[in-house]
Design a protein around this ligand. Sequence first.
Ligand SMILES: NC(=O)c1ccc[n+]([C@@H]2O[C@H](COP(=O)([O-])OP(=O)(O)OC[C@H]3O[C@@H](n4cnc5c(N)ncnc54)[C@H](OP(=O)(O)O)[C@@H]3O)[C@@H](O)[C@H]2O)c1
Length: 278
Amino acid sequence: MKNARVTFIGGGNMAESLVGGLIKDAFSGQAITVSDPDPKRRQDLAAKYPINVTDMNRDAVAGSDVVVLAVKPQMIRGVALEIAEAVAKDAPLIISIAAGVRVGSLEHWLGAETAIVRSMPNTPALVGSGATALFANANVSADQRDLAESIMRAVGLALWIDAEDGMDAVTALSGSGPAYLFLVMEAMESAGRDLGLSAEAARLLTLQTALGAARIAIESKEDVAALRARVTSPGGTTERALRILNEGDLKGLFQKALNGAHDRARELSAILDENNDK
Ligand SMILES: NC(=O)c1ccc[n+]([C@@H]2O[C@H](COP(=O)([O-])OP(=O)(O)OC[C@H]3O[C@@H](n4cnc5c(N)ncnc54)[C@H](OP(=O)(O)O)[C@@H]3O)[C@@H](O)[C@H]2O)c1
């Protein structure tokens, strides 16, 4: 598997994170190719990683075991149509990381028999701590599933979902999620400053607290509600703060916010479908 011939179409931020992760995970750089139209980008990537670079998408696809579509969602249709013939010939696994682009559209452009994995990573993938959901169409074999998972695991957590509709929920939760947590951190930092802490102290204490809380939650067998209850002593400071947050219906607000993001993810996918049909 570590010798799999992996081709990236698009050599932007997400592709670079994946390439970096794969090299770190001992995938063979010689078997990795990145195709990108920008010569400077190609030069930078080739200088940083022991990989092949090209600007010929079709040639890059030929002979690949897996092709990662890592261009912006608006570019996917053009790229898919361009490589369709090469894909039909060599039948590589296609992994799309383009937000909102449905498997049905990819099948339409690449052929109904194409093995396709749609994935939704999030921005922490750029620092190797991503959360990626994966969905496979019926053409994907067990070995291809393993390969897709090991590629996306190179930048963090990777987990499968059974129904493609779930991707809109994934987008609302982990896709947009970093921004919600940034907002919570922003609010804590600002409140810390208002209580008289220096800007630097408020910032560092907030960030380290967020990291520490996430680590405890990940490493613990208990769920987050139990962990919260355990750090909330009756009559203490945490209890008073949490009571005030509950009075403001924080959970209800998150429910509404995620519903809104979910609806918007659906709308954006539909707009993408509509434009792609033109
Ligand atoms: N960044 C994230 O956190 C994130 C999270 C979830 C999903 N995604 C998805 O990941 C995909 C890539 O995102 P990104 O942030 O890596 O974008 P990006 O940095 O803009 O990378 C896209 C790259 O593709 C190149 N490109 C454009 N047209 C091409 C073509 N016809 N053939 C080959 N390469 C082409 C672009 O070159 P030019 O710049 O010269 O056009 C650019 O280098 C998107 O579909 C996005 O929805 C990203």
